[in-house]
Design a protein around this ligand. Structure first.
Ligand code: GMT
Length: 432
């Protein structure tokens, strides 16, 4: 082993301090430029709207000005902030319309908000129809001398189910390629996008995130006692009850599990499959142990008393609902579809099975629910959730906004540099 002289020890120390200051302290002291950001999303229950709203709230929390442009108040937009603004899209009806032209109303709203609020960037969530409406808005603004960079975030079924349908494909391909920036919520979704569409641009993967101040295990013993009066284990599923969630697999799996482990099942959410699943439970004589709760705002309260979260989806680009469960110390039984392997660690935070393999899911669920196993899986679930903490992911979005805005402005100015002495932004975007 070599010992340094006191002089080169000092030098080494100095270098380390300088490196630490450069990497850790200075970036935190140097504030990021505050931006005016327009967010377009589906405001109802559903992963993309939740991510968009939570992102907007977090951006506002660190000083950016955030303008939501949606057809109704986003469900998770549940508090007042001086940095958050909500612009409702009005869709006037007319007897001639069989389908009200939502896209035209939305593009017009985007144009108006960008102009009046002098936005720096438009971030649209879920490609259909938001990427093409943003393109339309961008072109209208361009005709008025205003440049607005557009970022599209791909969430899942906008690519894997609806988007690749021939009825939408040309518009999706075109408008994704026209976006100034594209993000996807998992490596799986990025690859699926390249597989299904001729996309010529880079896609940045920024995973879903979780606010651990809100999603954490709370003491709700009275609630657990009300649902499981005899100390039964509690299985939970939350979703918007679409076919892709394969809720019938949860019921079939639960039917097997409850014979091995006394347990109850809570199904939270609502959607097209709910009536069918309720019928199924009635026919299987399960209504004594299965409860349907409908849509809930305070989902973290239910998750706080859960022992196992079940997500057997046909495809799932990330699985935000599963991450919310993990943050409340709930292990997972999921399928191995889509991006779920990027979240659920096999044998550590839970188990994954092939889509539809109800037998395997039941076997794994019984294993996790054993008293000697459950505490370990719960602790691992929380530890994994911490990797997706909001504080880790928010700077990725901020850095991406800065990069895309700078690149799109550079792309505008480059060809004209030689032909004018006036500042480029003024030439190209007028007074905006
Ligand atoms: O329901 C929605 O709002 C979107 C939905 C979808 O159909 O694409 O959810 C997706 O987005 C979430 C947030 O990014 C992801 O966590 C979900 O995994 C994803 N759902 C599917 O891929 C089925």
């Amino acid at each position: 082993m070599r010992f340094g002289t006191s002089q080169n020890l000092y030098t080494e120390c100095g270098e380390k301090i300088a490196f630490f200051l450069l990497c850790r302290i200075i970036p935190q002291l140097t504030p990021r430029p505050r931006m005016k950001i327009g967010i377009v999303c589906y405001p109802t229950f559903g992963g993309s709207g939740v991510v968009a709203t939570e992102l907007g709230k977090a951006l506002a929390g660190v000083g950016h000005q955030v303008h939501f442009i949606t057809y109704s108040q986003p469900t998770r937009l549940d508090f007042f902030s001086e940095n958050i603004f909500y612009h409702e899209v009005h869709i006037p009806n007319y007897p001639l319309f069989q389908y009200a032209p939502y896209e035209s109303a939305l593009s017009s709203a985007m144009v108006n908000v960008v102009k009046t609020e002098k936005l720096d960037v438009l971030h649209v969530h879920y490609a259909i129809p938001h990427a093409s409406t943003a393109y339309m808005a961008k072109q209208i603004l361009k005709s008025q001398g205003i440049h607005i960079p557009v970022i599209t975030t791909l969430h899942g079924t906008d690519i894997t189910l609806v988007g690749k349908d021939r009825s939408y494909e040309p518009v999706i391909t075109f408008s994704i390629n026209q976006s100034d920036g594209i993000t996807s919520v998992s490596e799986f979704l990025k690859q699926a996008t390249y597989d299904y569409f001729p996309i010529t641009k880079d896609i940045e993967v920024i995973p879903n995130f979780i606010d651990l101040d809100r999603f954490k295990k709370q003491k709700k013993d009275h609630f657990k006692l009300a649902i499981c009066p005899n100390g039964e284990k509690l299985l939970v599923h939350t979703s918007n009850f679409r076919k892709v969630k394969r809720i019938e697999d949860i019921v079939l799996m639960f039917e097997k599990v409850r014979h091995e482990v006394p347990s109850k099942l809570l199904l939270v959410g609502d959607g097209p499959e709910r009536a069918k699943i309720e019928n199924m439970c009635r026919e299987l004589d399960l209504m004594q142990c299965v409860r349907f709760l409908g849509n809930l705002d305070a989902i973290e309260e239910v998750l706080s008393v859960a022992d196992l979260f079940v997500m057997p989806s046909e495809t799932e680009s990330f699985g935000l609902a599963a991450l919310e469960a993990m943050a409340c110390e709930v292990p997972l039984i999921t399928s191995n579809a889509g991006g779920l392997p990027e979240l659920n660690v096999q044998g550590v935070t839970g188990f994954m099975s092939n889509v539809g393999d109800v037998e395997d899911m039941a076997k794994n669920a019984v294993y996790i629910l054993q008293d000697e196993n459950l505490p370990r899986f719960k602790a691992n679930a929380l530890a994994r959730a911490k990797e997706f903490e909001l504080a880790n992911i928010l700077p990725q979005y901020e850095a991406y906004y800065e990069k895309v805005v700078a690149e799109s402005l550079n792309a505008l100015t480059e060809p004209l540099v030689a032909s004018t002495d006036r500042p480029m932004r003024e030439v190209l975007v007028g007074k905006h």
